[in-house]
Design a protein around this ligand. Structure first.
Ligand SMILES: Nc1ncnc2c1ncn2[C@@H]1O[C@H](COP(=O)(O)OP(=O)(O)OP(=O)(O)O)[C@@H](O)[C@H]1O
Ligand SMILES: [Mg+2]
Length: 264
């Protein structure tokens, strides 16, 4: 059973693509209100784990519980209800290129208003003006107040990332997943993003699970870090990153002690 302190539990999870096992023996909880970083070399299965944690991919074994309930429950209505409690920014972070940034957010807001059967709830068929207002509020949260009318192609890489996060915020979800939000950003843009992620936790009480390669980011925001190992195909550490740098397993310690400039 999940305790009050845990919003999600990953229990005995094996992840596979066909016959090929990507990771196994994953057992951990996401604590309510924490920022949990998922770390590990390229191809070890970080994005795959995220896809499992949002119910997009079925476990080969084990299960994932959100507030005690199995995310892959046989009942479609239960699955829909659970998934509405999750916000996601995928690694590609793609916005619809033919829609303005504001329209992208309004689309996501409309989606978040569907009921357990996938229909728009009657009392929440709100008009476009109200949706636009909500979209502008999300854009302001990520510092993109002026970008409502712009097309994604007209934004810089860092702005696009923030727009993608704003779109993930449209789900109003207590649990937010971000796949490499700061990849490819310059140090300043990356630091701004770190500040935003901390604000989400501290002001909105959002629980954040993020994949990152950036050590600066990791030490700046993460309450805990989960390390996946590509060779052993399982998790090798889960703890506060500062603690792991001093007391973690050898490989994790070595990784966390790299020259910070290597991580960019
Ligand atoms: N749809 C798929 N079909 C088959 N294999 C896949 C599929 N998606 C990913 N894989 C494989 O699963 C493994 C884990 O991929 P994943 O994308 O989860 O890695 P990652 O840790 O997120 O890597 P990166 O740091 O490069 O983003 C890789 O070996 C990849 O080739
Ligand atoms: Mg990935």
């Amino acid at each position: 059973m999940a305790t009050e302190a845990d919003i999600m539990r990953v229990e005995g999870l094996t992840m596979a693509h066909g016959e090929r096992i990507i990771q196994q023996g994953l057992d951990f909880a996401v604590r309510r209100g924490e920022i949990l970083a998922i770390m590990g070399g390229s191809g070890c299965g970080k994005s795959t784990l995220l896809r499992h944690m949002i119910g997009l991919q079925m476990p080969a074994a084990g299960c994932i519980r959100l507030e005690g309930e199995d995310l892959n429950d046989a009942d479609e209505r239960v699955r829909r209800r659970l998934r509405r409690r999750l916000g996601v920014m995928f690694q590609a972070g793609a916005l619809w290129s033919s829609m303005s940034v504001g329209e992208n957010l309004m689309f996501a807001l409309r989606e978040s208003l569907r009921d357990d059967d996938g229909r728009l709830r009657q009392r929440q068929r709100i008009d476009d003006e109200a949706l636009a207002l909500q979209a502008r509020f999300r854009l302001a949260l990520v510092g993109l107040d002026g970008s409502f009318e712009r097309l994604p192609a007209e934004l810089s890489g860092g702005m696009r990332k923030r727009a993608a996060i704003a779109r993930a915020l449209c789900a109003d979800a207590p649990l937010l997943f971000l796949d490499e939000p700061s990849a490819g950003l310059d140090p300043l843009a990356s630091a701004r993003l770190d500040a935003l992620i901390l604000q989400l936790r501290d002001r909105l009480g959002t629980t954040v699970v993020l994949v990152t390669h950036e050590l600066d980011s990791l030490f700046a925001v993460a309450d805990r870090a989960l390390f996946l190992d590509a060779r052993q195909r399982t998790m090798t550490a889960l703890d506060n990153p500062h603690h792991l740098r001093e007391h973690g397993p050898d490989e994790v310690r070595a990784f966390l002690r790299r020259d910070r400039s290597d991580s960019r």
